[in-house]
Design a protein around this ligand. Structure first.
Ligand code: FMN
Length: 190
């Protein structure tokens, strides 16, 4: 089985990326294949609303989004991680979320469980709102929203790597991964 990890941060060693890696570990330990797509290494443009997809069933833009279209189709579960920017997901991730529009009729994520991770520097910096944005997007795609220990995973951290000193958050990232994995396995009947 395959899990898709989407990392939104433009920063190397970003805190959201670190938590995502911890969330993916239970999958890897259970023998799943993990596909980790890091937006800092890729170019995904925002949707142009040209409606080429409505007429032809595919997106007119030529960039790295094809990797996500392929991964959406192949995955059995997904985990999405983002830094909080202005109490929302970062623009890099927003572009991917918008561009799902290009394959919406095929519903590649329908019925697949997903989890969300958001890291901001402020306590009450908009992490919960940002988790909400990701889960709302998942629901719009027909995906199933799975909680971690409480809801999605939120953390307060700023400089790259800061979250490595937060044992509790690293453990909670693992719990989020385990929960998403167990839902996927139950759905599969394994
Ligand atoms: C453009 C921008 C906007 C930001 N907006 C917020 C915000 O609204 N709330 C917050 O708590 N932190 C905000 N931050 C801080 C980042 O969320 C924080 O540094 C976080 O650790 C980034 O995640 P990363 O380490 O995965 O890159 C902002 C940072 C930038 C660059």
């Amino acid at each position: 089985m395959n899990v898709l990890g989407i990392s939104g941060t433009p920063r190397k060693n970003g805190n959201s990326d670190i938590l995502l890696q911890h969330a993916l570990r239970p999958f890897e330990e259970a023998g799943w294949e993990a596909t980790l797509l890091r937006l800092r290494e890729l170019t995904v443009k925002p949707c142009l609303a040209c409606e080429h997809c409505t007429a032809h069933g595919s997106c007119a833009l030529d960039d790295d989004m094809h990797l996500f279209y392929d991964a959406f189709r192949r995955c059995d579960a997904l985990i999405v991680a983002t830094p909080v920017y202005y109490r929302n997901v970062c623009a890099h991730l927003m572009a991917v979320m918008e561009r799902h529009y290009g394959v919406r009729e095929k519903r590649p994520l329908a019925g697949k469980p997903g989890g969300a991770i958001a890291v901001g520097r402020g306590s009450g910096g908009g992490q919960a709102l940002t988790i909400d944005r990701i889960y709302t997007w998942m629901l719009s795609c027909g995906a199933l929203c799975v909680p971690g220990e409480l809801n999605g995973l939120t953390a307060v951290a700023d400089e790259p790597g800061d979250v490595l000193r937060q044992e509790k958050r690293l453990r909670q990232a693992r719990v989020l991964g385990e929960n998403v994995m167990h839902v996927a396995e139950r759905l599969r009947g394994t």
